[in-house]
Design a protein around this ligand. Structure first.
Ligand code: GLP
Length: 241
């Protein structure tokens, strides 16, 4: 695990974007795993700027997103479908047919999970980007999730609902209570993993990742078993190391 401690969020975003760009520039049809949350936004802005300044092409790049809320229409501004289009996909030359975002809509969500896992399995993921929840969740794999899990439906943790209420008028009642997420085993199959975090509210999760026991009670700790992980964090997230 390579831990890169940066001065501030801007530097986290630049360094992480560089790691992602190395993969994208190295292989025309790179398969990249994308994440939502506020942390990766700066990284995405750097990718957009690089695309504008250097014409890095995404024409053959294939993307897979980690997760999506259940029962939130795609057009809802807080759906992860909208988030990805607003913050990255609408600004690069990606082919929409190469974009994969789990669907949390329809009668049979388990069938959506199976279909998503099947499409994931058809590719070898070159790099998976991850943020981390305050409670150590990755994707929406909340504490207690089995390390063998594949794409599945989850009940969101109380802490996650609290944290995400800021995107829903500050009202916990408006936050969807279920989500569909790639599992921990799905994530661990990626060749490389890039985790970004900033702020003191992530310091405990980062401490557990680097120094804690590997345990399902803090899902991010599973990354210690992965052969190629980059952890790009600011000083505040690193403050307990
Ligand atoms: C959400 C996402 C996660 C993300 C986490 C942290 O719950 N499902 O993938 O890592 O929040 O978000 P933020 O970066 O806003 O702290």
């Amino acid at each position: 695990m390579e831990i890169i401690i940066c001065e501030n969020y801007e530097e986290v975003s630049q360094k992480a974007a560089q790691i992602m760009l190395n993969v994208i520039k190295d292989k025309e049809n790179a398969v990249i795993g994308l994440a939502t949350g506020s942390t990766p936004i700066g990284l995405y802005q750097n990718l957009i700027k690089d695309h504008q300044d250097h014409q890095t092409s995404y024409e053959s790049v294939i993307t897979f997103n980690l997760d999506e809320y259940v029962n939130l229409p795609k057009e809802h501004p807080e759906s992860y479908y909208s988030f990805m289009h607003t913050n990255l996909l609408n600004h690069i030359n990606i082919n929409e047919e190469n974009v994969h975002i789990p669907s949390g809509l329809g009668e049979d969500i388990q069938a959506n999970c199976n279909a998503y896992e099947e499409s994931l399995n058809a590719y070898e993921m070159d790099i998976q980007l991850l943020g981390v929840g305050r409670n150590g969740h990755i994707g929406f794999n909340e504490p207690g999730t089995s390390f063998d899990s594949v794409t599945h439906v989850v009940d969101l943790d109380e802490k996650t609902i609290q944290d995400n209420a800021r995107f829903f008028e500050g009202n916990m009642d408006l936050v969807p209570k279920k989500a569909i997420t790639m599992g921990i085993a799905s994530i661990m199959r990626a060749k490389k993993i890039l985790l970004v975090a900033n702020g003191t509210n992530k310091a405990d999760a980062i401490y557990e990742l680097v120094k804690g026991e590997i345990s399902t009670s803090c899902p991010v700790t599973v990354l210690r078993d992965h052969p190629c992980v980059y952890v790009v964090i600011d000083k505040d997230a690193a403050s307990r190391l």
